[in-house]
Write a protein that binds this ligand. Structure first.
Ligand SMILES: *[C@@H]1O[C@H](CO)[C@@H](O)[C@H](O)[C@H]1NC(C)=O
Ligand SMILES: *[C@@H]1O[C@H](CO)[C@@H](O)[C@H](O)[C@H]1NC(C)=O
Ligand SMILES: *[C@@H]1O[C@H](CO)[C@@H](O)[C@H](O)[C@H]1NC(C)=O
Ligand SMILES: *[C@@H]1O[C@H](CO)[C@@H](O)[C@H](O)[C@H]1NC(C)=O
Ligand SMILES: *[C@@H]1O[C@H](CO)[C@@H](O)[C@H](O)[C@H]1NC(C)=O
Ligand SMILES: *[C@@H]1O[C@H](CO)[C@@H](O)[C@H](O)[C@H]1NC(C)=O
Ligand SMILES: *[C@@H]1O[C@H](CO)[C@@H](O)[C@H](O)[C@H]1NC(C)=O
Length: 538
């Protein structure tokens, strides 16, 4: 803290002195490179050598999901400081909730079922739970160079004559770029650990029904494995988690089949004109919502033109610095309206790149949906026509079908595409998103679908409680999702669908999605105003 105060208090940051650090990139590593690691282990005997641990008889497993709202709504921001906006007019306005896929997960009140709660409906019992969870807060990914490019541009400008920063942008004179790449931030690790603990409170009792060690899945990417391990350390406990379950690590890489990273098996999902289609409407929208910010902030910086792209980078830096460093000076540069504009910018990107408005979205989500149906029906998959991997999924060791708890880690775009493949039509209820204004009461909000640590939970229930499951329902970030878009599921204020109806609806949906065509065929982007279910129109 002291060091930060001193830095900000540096008296006069002229253009000359700024050039050495404004926007320069700095990096540290732990342990520091000069550190020695003297072997003194004999001085620090481990617990078994020390002894005297005291008795710890175990209690019963919790199952708060049956009885009461287990804890107050997740805010999930401890220990980060809460960012302000430029106007700060409304104390209930939470800037973090406007960060799209960079928002920390928060509990969604409702997806249109105001009376439903995460607690299972009265009279029902919980038979199984399926969790599909996004990794925690991370640094910018390798394919997101924008925040570091902003830093290089500031740094290059600062080395030229005529650079100066004043007012709200004065901090740039001493600002350095401190973010890593790809990995989880410390807060990201903490968040996964806490969500692991929370999951134990909600569903711990289901552990009693295991006949073998649980198999949880993730992918090979560093942040994915890190997320899975931090979750497990919270769900089990730090000293035993490594032997309390099996961690399956599925290869995530180009041309590998992986239902938790299906984009690598779906070439059209990576093409500029189809897979990145969302860049077009979101770019149009950015040109609108950031005009005022440009006019307000440009006079505070000389020697660098604040383009719309640079302003987006600054909004992203607010989110990335906050989750990586605990706070960011970029946040309060933008008004509440501009933060709402940013959320919508991400919404457009998700809707048209991996949501209902993209012709590869349902195909990308298909593999997980086939796996879900296989688990629900205890029937092995035997047709390999999506991103499923036959080597892994045809084995009951690597793909068991009898678990009471399933935990799978994934990415933001996969949560969005799985929601599309599941035909969660309530998310698409307000229709294709316009690029020129934010429609009132829109149904598609990316921070509520795919935030950091975002989670899709399927509760398999019996109503009334019994050994045999009768119903299913879905919670997306704690908000219960109506299933009325699924053929056979009827309206229900708790979001319940009879299990056989859900399964036959999913069989029908699976039959409608053509992975080979949507992912591999050579087509141009169809008119996006006519795609609402994530499939290529035939
Ligand atoms: C399927 O998974 C196995 C086991 O990890 C791996 O060896 C194989 O390359 C994968 N195949 C594809 C097509 O991804
Ligand atoms: C900023 O843009 C203006 C006009 O677009 C141009 O004349 C000027 O050279 C630019 N300044 C810098 C520092 O790039
Ligand atoms: C990978 O997916 C493709 C396309 O669905 C499929 O043809 C192939 O058999 C799959 N490979 C494995 C190992 O599952
Ligand atoms: C797994 O599959 C093997 C061979 O198909 C079978 O013998 C075994 O009973 C199965 N185990 C379970 C738990 O289903
Ligand atoms: C998916 O949703 C669309 C739009 O509501 C509907 O027409 C279609 O029948 C649904 N598909 C299934 C399999 O439920
Ligand atoms: C893919 O396989 C499923 C069975 O798992 C089948 O219902 C569906 O029709 C197949 N899709 C295509 C396009 O062949
Ligand atoms: C895709 O189709 C377009 C137009 O028909 C054609 O110009 C292009 O060469 C095709 N690309 C591939 C990879 O076949």
């Amino acid at each position: 803290m002291l060091a930060i105060v001193l830095l900000l208090a540096l008296p006069f940051c002229t253009a000359e002195s700024a050039s050495s650090y404004a926007g320069s990139t700095v990096a540290d590593s732990y342990p520091p490179s000069g550190a020695t690691n003297t072997a003194v282990d004999t001085y620090f005997p481990d617990a078994s050598q020390v002894g005297y641990a005291g008795p710890t008889p175990s209690g019963a497993e919790p199952a708060a999901i049956i009885t009461a709202v287990p804890f107050s709504k997740v805010e999930g921001v401890f220990p980060l400081s809460r960012p302000n906006s430029a106007d700060g007019a409304d104390t209930t306005f939470n800037v973090m909730h406007q960060w799209g896929n960079f928002a920390p997960m928060y509990s969604v009140e409702s997806f249109g079922l105001p009376d439903a709660s995460p607690v299972i409906p009265e009279g029902c019992g919980i038979n199984a739970v399926h969790l599909l969870m996004r990794h925690g807060a991370r640094y910018p990914a390798s394919d997101e160079p924008e925040p570091s490019q902003f830093a290089s541009k500031v740094h290059a400008a600062a080395s030229k004559k005529g650079f100066s920063v004043t007012g709200d942008l004065e901090f740039l004179a001493t600002w350095t770029y401190k973010l890593g790449v790809n990995g989880l931030t410390p807060y990201g690790r903490e968040s996964l650990f806490s969500h692991g603990v929370a999951f134990r409170y909600r569903y711990g009792k289901l552990l009693n029904a295991f006949t073998d060690l649980p198999v949880f899945r993730t992918t090979s990417q560093d942040r994915m494995l890190d997320s899975a391990l931090n979750f497990a350390a919270g769900f089990f406990e730090i000293r035993t988690y490594e032997t309390d379950y099996h961690q399956e690590i599925i290869i995530e890489g180009i041309n590998f089949n992986n239902t938790l990273a299906p984009f690598h098996a779906c070439p059209n999902a990576n093409s500029d004109d189809v897979g990145s289609f969302g860049d077009i409407p979101s770019g149009k929208w950015a040109d609108i919502y950031l005009q005022d910010a440009r006019k307000r902030l440009q006079p505070m910086i000389q020697g660098l033109n604040l383009t719309i792209d640079l302003l987006i980078d600054m909004q992203e830096l607010c989110a990335f610095e906050t989750v990586a460093l605990g706070y960011s000076k970029f946040c309060d540069l933008f008004t509440e309206e501009e933060w709402e504009g940013y959320e919508y910018y991400v919404d457009l990107n998700f809707w048209y790149s991996c949501g209902p408005g993209n012709p590869t979205a349902a195909a990308q989500g298909l593999g997980y949906v086939q796996e879900l149906v296989s688990r629900l029906t205890h029937t092995p998959i035997n047709v390999w026509n999506s991103s499923t991997n036959s080597t892994l999924d045809s084995s009951n060791i690597t793909f068991p079908l009898n678990q009471p708890i399933y935990v799978d880690f994934t990415h933001d775009v996969v949560l969005a595409s799985v929601a599309t493949a599941l035909n969660f039509t309530s998310l698409a209820a307000s229709g294709p998103l316009p690029a020129d204004h934010i429609p009132p009461h829109r149904s598609y909000i990316s921070s509520q679908i795919a935030p950091f640590s975002g989670q899709l939970v399927a509760q398999v229930l019996s109503c009334p409680a019994s050994e045999e499951p009768t119903h299913i329902r879905f919670l997306l970030n704690d908000g219960v999702v109506p299933l009325t878009g699924i053929h056979g599921c009827t309206e229900d204020s708790n979001g319940l669908c009879a299990l056989p109806s859900f399964i036959s609806g999913m069989h029908e949906r699976i039959g409608q999605i053509n992975f080979a065509h949507d992912c591999f065929a050579n087509y141009t982007m169809p008119d996006p105003d006519h795609i609402m279910d994530g499939r290529c129109p035939s």
